[in-house]
Design a protein. Structure first.
Lengths: 321, 355
């Protein structure tokens, strides 16, 4: 009996600190997950949507799905460099897209894996390595920088987020005051150019900044119906014919990541190939209501991207005066 | 007990007391393939980031203490991949071999008949509506999708009275429609959903774990029983439906049962790793090159070849193509197609020399 009591006390002493360092949270799919209060080895399953918001709050990401073993990123643009600035340490990869390597993932010794709700199919396997938190990223479910807000709460950095957001909102207010006309109620439409035209979804710093400035998204047919199915960055393809008829108060054009020139010249040239002659008949162009922005800076759901958008908007308004 | 004799084609044969008989060449090929599967599994156990392999694996059984990383690599990652890969390859190859006899067409496989597409589309629709659907529901959806296509196919060609050619042609038509619908779904779904589905469509053994093995194992054993039953009927189907009926095969009853057997095997494989196109054609042909066989022997040899091909493809993905995005379907093609071409070429040369 005495042996049992000692064993129980020993077990309590061993498990006690674990209870103190962990907490039970409910993820976006309704699962209850035991996560560390302050995780310090976080792995993300989608770098732009999950990794950047955390890094923007000061967390160093240990691993990121899609990065190579040497830390290089899978697509042409490295969002850590473009959004947060160069020189930051890069997370390590654990297998190419489509083939996450569980052994490599385990070798990273993560204490928390943050995945999107679309990774639910990988959940069982990922959970063999560390607790997995599923975060909504689809446009129908999250808006602006809500992802960063949610993740800040997950890792116990809500105060940091709120403080940075307050600074950002002050900047929004001061920028609104300098605008020549009140932008409240004016419409905007962000369009991303690949080999086709794509209306950009709602979960980005760009959308957050534009809507905080008072703009309202232009309703293009029934994008809301399509958005219900998901789609975090690209909402829907847009035909060249439908695009030519649109007349938002502010047309935001973003050139593909694969293009070297993502500025005004490159974007105009790209759009010329998709909608020949658009510069002659589209009202936003004739009335100088187009904002050309680099998607590599503004597309992530972070305060950093929202600030990049404010920078772009500010320099555009100064130029327009 | 066992008597050695000679078959009508002059090849050696072993005759058992209970009437069971097997050609020696088929037995040798089967044992060779089984040995190859074991050797491949041993090699595959060594592939991965953690430095461990067969010696550590055997050490577990004598009570040796291994590091957590080694146990995780061997027991949680590599062994499930090998076992699931083998069983999935076995199932698809078996399904292909059964369909080839039913259709009397060497090109028949679950993909050509639209069974894989039926399962795929049903799973895609389920995942769109219920993204977090439990695996049992996904498996049911796959079987339902395959069965719907099989039922449609039988109805379209007129049930048991249909000829093999009619089944193939109607199968191609159904497969084309379903593939188009699948492409449409991928194209017009939101990008993230499309990406998640595309990953699954490309095929992967990432999901391999012990619960999947436990779910697949009964089917694997059921397939062994299926081989005993279907293997007896298939040589008659190889001669055509009329001849099969003349030989006493109850075609109207056994044809739907054989189709059901092929559909369940194909659907289970699709659920586990995604569609493995062309494997249902590849494996029976490579097996036939190793040892021309009919009936049960053909099914066993095809199954073993299919299993080996999938394990080899996964080994290629994990070992040689480290860091390269190489889905299972692609590595299977890289390994299987050259073997297929060599086998067909050598078969043609063999025939040419014999004339």
């Amino acid at each position: 009996m005495r042996h049992l009591v000692f064993s129980f006390i020993a077990a309590m002493l061993v498990t006690g600190p674990v209870w103190a360092d962990e907490r039970l949270v409910s993820d976006d799919t309704g699962r209850e997950v035991l996560v560390p209060r302050q995780p310090d080895r976080v792995v993300v399953m989608h770098e732009p949507l999950l990794g950047l918001p955390l890094m923007d709050l000061g967390i160093e990401i240990t691993g990121s799905y899609g990065r190579a073993d040497d830390g290089s990123f899978v697509i042409a643009v490295d969002f850590i460099d473009t959004v947060l600035g160069e020189g930051r340490p890069k997370p390590r990869g654990f297998g190419p897209f489509g083939q996450p390597d569980l052994e490599k993932l385990r070798a990273l010794e993560p204490d928390l894996i943050v995945a999107t709700e679309l990774d639910a199919g990988k959940l069982d396997q990922l959970a063999t390595v560390a607790p997995v938190y599923l975060q909504n990223v689809s446009s129908a479910k999250v808006h602006g920088i809500e992802i960063q807000d949610d993740l800040a709460a997950l890792v116990g950095l809500t105060e940091v987020f709120n403080s940075r957001k307050a600074t950002y909102l002050e900047r929004v207010s001061s920028l609104r005051e300098t605008l020549p006309a009140n932008s409240a109620g004016l419409t905007y439409l962000p369009v991303f150019l690949t080999d086709q035209l794509n209306v950009v979804g709602d979960a980005s710093g760009m959308v957050q900044a534009l809507e905080d400035l008072g703009f309202i998204r232009l309703n293009v047919d029934d994008t809301s119906k399509l958005a219900a199915g998901g789609g975090s960055m690209m909402l829907m393809p847009l035909s060249a014919e439908a695009f030519g008829r649109l007349n938002p108060d502010l047309l935001v054009l973003l050139n593909s990541y694969t293009e070297d020139d993502r500025g005004e010249t490159g974007t105009r040239a790209k759009l010329d190939r998709i909608v020949p002659g658009w510069q002659q008949f589209m009202k936003p162009n004739l009335e100088n209501r187009i904002l050309f922005v680099d998607p590599a800076k503004v597309i992530t759901p972070t305060l950093a991207s929202a600030n990049h958008m404010l920078d772009a908007f500010e320099s555009w308004t100064l130029k327009s005066r | 007990m066992i008597r050695r004799g000679t078959a009508t084609d002059g090849l050696g044969i072993l005759r058992f007391k209970n009437g069971f008989q097997i050609k020696i060449s088929n037995l040798v090929a089967g044992l060779g393939l089984a040995m190859a599967a074991v050797l491949l599994a041993v090699y595959s156990l060594q592939i991965g980031l953690t430095k461990t392999g067969i010696s550590d694996f055997l050490a577990i059984f004598v009570g040796a203490e291994l590091s957590d990383a080694k146990v995780y690599a061997l027991i949680d990652v590599r062994l499930p991949r090998i076992l699931v890969g083998f069983m999935v390859g076995w199932a698809v190859a078996l399904s292909g071999a059964v369909l080839q006899s039913l259709a009397r067409n060497p090109l028949a496989d679950p993909g050509l008949f639209g069974f894989s597409q039926g399962s795929m589309i049903m799973i895609m629709l389920l995942l769109i509506v219920v993204p977090l659907a439990p695996k049992s529901l996904v498996a049911l959806a796959a079987v339902a999708g395959g069965l719907c296509v099989a039922g449609l196919l039988l109805w379209l060609v007129g049930g048991g009275r249909s000829s093999g050619l009619a089944i193939v042609l109607m199968g191609i038509a159904v497969e084309t429609v379903l593939s188009s619908f699948g492409t449409l779904l991928i194209l017009y779904l939101p990008p993230e959903t499309s990406l998640a589905l595309s990953e699954w469509l490309a095929g992967s053994l990432f999901q391999a774990n012990w619960s999947l093995i436990a779910a697949f194992l009964p089917l694997f054993f059921l397939s062994l029983a299926g081989i005993l039953i279907a293997g007896r009927a298939l040589p008659a189907y190889d001669l055509g439906n009329e001849m099969a009926m003349a030989l006493g095969e109850p075609v109207a009853r056994s044809q739907p049962m054989l189709l059901l057997f092929a559909v369940v095997l194909s659907a289970a494989a699709v659920t586990a790793v995604g569609p493995l196109m062309f494997l249902g054609i590849l494996a029976p042909h490579i097996a036939a090159f190793l040892s021309p066989a009919t009936g049960r022997a053909r099914l066993v040899l095809s199954g073993l070849t299919g299993g080996i091909l999938v394990v080899a493809a996964d080994t290629l993905t994990r070992g040689v193509a480290v860091g390269l995005p190489m889905p299972l379907g692609l590595s299977l093609t890289i390994i299987g197609v050259p073997l297929f071409i060599i086998a067909l070429r050598l078969q043609a040369l063999r025939k040419f020399q014999s004339h």
